[in-house]
Design a protein around this ligand. Structure first.
Ligand SMILES: *[C@@H]1O[C@H](CO)[C@@H](O)[C@H](O)[C@H]1NC(C)=O
Ligand SMILES: *[C@@H]1O[C@H](CO)[C@@H](O)[C@H](O)[C@H]1NC(C)=O
Ligand SMILES: *[C@@H]1O[C@H](CO)[C@@H](O)[C@H](O)[C@H]1NC(C)=O
Length: 487
């Protein structure tokens, strides 16, 4: 059993043995820094915000730092590409030995007034460049040397970041063999990037920020948002402007496996929106396995966390509930791909993006660090293996983060391509119905109803208490790449 089988975009790798040892958590001396010299430096006027993004050079990086984030700095440059009609920027966030690559595009409508969106893909180990170049970005890669303009890009109405995280993904890199193996560590870097960005680019101060992600992003985003929210308390205490975290958006998220595992039965045998894909005898077997999986998962991963037993419980659940599932496609029950482990076969654009980002002239344009020039890959098997080894998939309840954010007025949108199997809508709906916050009845009392595009049903939705759940008919795991959302 390979847990990594389901990893978004990392399906084809096999786990390297013995390369994924636990690593000591980096201690973040933020509190100490804040209480002592960090803000006296700030107060002494030694920090000057850069002011406007357009002040950045297009030939070299400008380095930005901030006393509130003493371990972090940001490299940024203008990089005209992909959209052509708006300013685009690329750079790194440097966190001691960690260096995370990001792309930023201004809004096509009104960059001075529109909200800011942060996007990451999942994996673990999948690059945000998947979202950028095949789903919601300003252009789509069409070959190793060409892109086409995307009229449905999310930057039609918003300024948007795409990030390659954690380190080792895409153009992101680490020195001294450093690596990140948990969502929690990854969150520190993201919170610092957002903090430094809003402090430096003063016209964005107080602007609404939305955090969005897909697949394993359903686990990343709630934790990243919580880190930004909690960090705000320190910013306020220091007299700085808090980051205006307004919403989170989870697309085809695998946020919580205690609700997703049982849904693998439903998605094969009892989905009101999709025909059963297993015969009756298999469905009966699967149904029998649901309580056994639930019981083991609860005992070893939820009630306590015993790493050995929890890993065994999760492997058991995957094996008994998905083990015989071959076709249709894991990521899209409406596609009959036979190579369910090789995403490139169903989504050939992935090869094109890899080829495009491997071009030396594109890397030069983007300012890719010499340390990571050369052949590019959208996926990092190293990261996937490290997250597997740390049991990040099961070792924290990301859904509690969602509920805590809702409680604090941060809205949440959970959207799911209705034909995805692996992070399917039934499991996601269950996850949302189980969220506990003071407005939960306002959500739960709402019926699941159709939502319409041009008068035609486009999916199912329920909304209340700041939480919206929506399915998108005819879309699979990579929702935003489906034509049905584009319209
Ligand atoms: C892409 O364009 C660059 C620069 O024009 C050129 O050097 C390179 O050979 C082209 N690559 C392919 C695969 O066409
Ligand atoms: C945060 O953004 C929202 C939405 O744009 C806006 O209504 C609100 O005033 C902003 N809050 C702050 C403190 O700037
Ligand atoms: C990079 O990719 C090219 C084309 O796929 C291949 O021929 C070459 O061996 C690769 N280089 C490395 C260092 O992997």
């Amino acid at each position: 059993m390979r847990l990594g089988l389901f990893t978004l975009l990392v399906g084809a790798f096999s786990l390297p043995q013995g390369t994924c040892g636990e690593r000591r958590a980096l201690q973040v001396p933020l509190k100490q820094g804040l209480e002592q010299d960090a803000f006296s430096v700030y107060d002494d006027g030694l920090f000057t915000p850069l002011g406007d993004l357009s002040a950045l050079s297009s030939s070299q990086f400008t380095r930005l730092s901030h006393p509130a984030f003493p371990r972090h700095s940001v490299r940024a440059k203008q990089s005209q590409f992909c959209d052509g009609k708006v300013r685009a920027y690329t750079g790194y966030i440097d966190v001691e030995a960690h260096h995370l690559f990001w792309f930023f595009f201004e809004s096509r409508r009104d960059p001075d007034a529109d909200d800011v969106i942060f996007w990451t893909n999942g994996g673990p180990g999948g690059s945000g460049a998947v979202g950028l170049f095949s789903e919601l970005g300003p252009c789509r890669v069409t070959s190793a040397n060409s892109t086409e303009w995307n009229p449905w890009s999310w930057n039609e109405h918003a300024n948007i970041f795409f990030i390659e995280q954690p380190v080792s993904v895409g153009f992101s890199y680490a020195e001294f063999g450093e690596s990140v193996s948990t969502t929690r560590e990854a969150a520190d870097d993201v919170a610092a990037l957002m903090g430094i960005f809003f402090e430096h680019f003063t016209k964005f101060k107080g602007r609404a920020l939305h955090l969005a992600g897909e697949s394993y992003g359903g686990r990343y985003i709630p934790v990243f948002a919580s880190a930004i929210y909690d960090k705000n308390a320190e910013l306020v205490q220091a007299g700085l402007t808090p980051v205006n975290l307004t919403s989170i958006m989870l697309g085809n998220g695998c946020t919580d496996f205690s609700t997703m595992f049982p849904s693998y039965y439903d998605a094969q045998c009892a989905d009101p929106t999709f025909p059963a894909i297993q015969d009756i005898s298999t469905c009966v077997r699967l149904k029998q396995m649901v309580p056994r999986c639930e019981q083991r998962f609860k005992k070893s991963c939820v009630d306590i966390l015993d790493k050995v037993d929890c890993a065994a419980a999760a492997a058991f659940c995957f094996e008994v509930l998905t083990g015989h599932y071959k076709n249709p496609y894991f990521y899209d029950r409406s596609r009959s791909c036979t190579h369910e482990e090789e995403m490139e076969v169903c989504y050939p654009i992935i090869n094109d993006i890899n080829a495009y980002l491997s071009q030396p002239h594109i890397q030069e344009l983007l300012g890719v660090d010499p340390a990571v020039r050369g052949n590019y890959s959208l996926t990092s098997a190293t990261v996937a293996a490290a997250f597997d080894a740390s049991l990040d998939w099961y070792s924290f309840p990301a859904q509690y983060h969602v509920a805590a954010l809702l409680e604090r007025g941060v809205r949440a949108l959970v959207f799911v391509g209705a034909t995805d199997f692996i992070c399917n809508w039934i499991g996601n709906e269950r996850m949302t119905l189980g969220l506990e916050w003071t407005q939960q009845e306002a959500y739960r009392n709402e019926p699941l109803r159709d939502w319409l595009v041009d008068g035609k049903p486009a999916g199912l939705t329920r909304s209340g208490g700041g939480l919206t759940f929506a399915t998108i008919s005819g879309a699979g795991h990579l929702v935003s790449s489906s034509d049905s959302v584009s319209t």
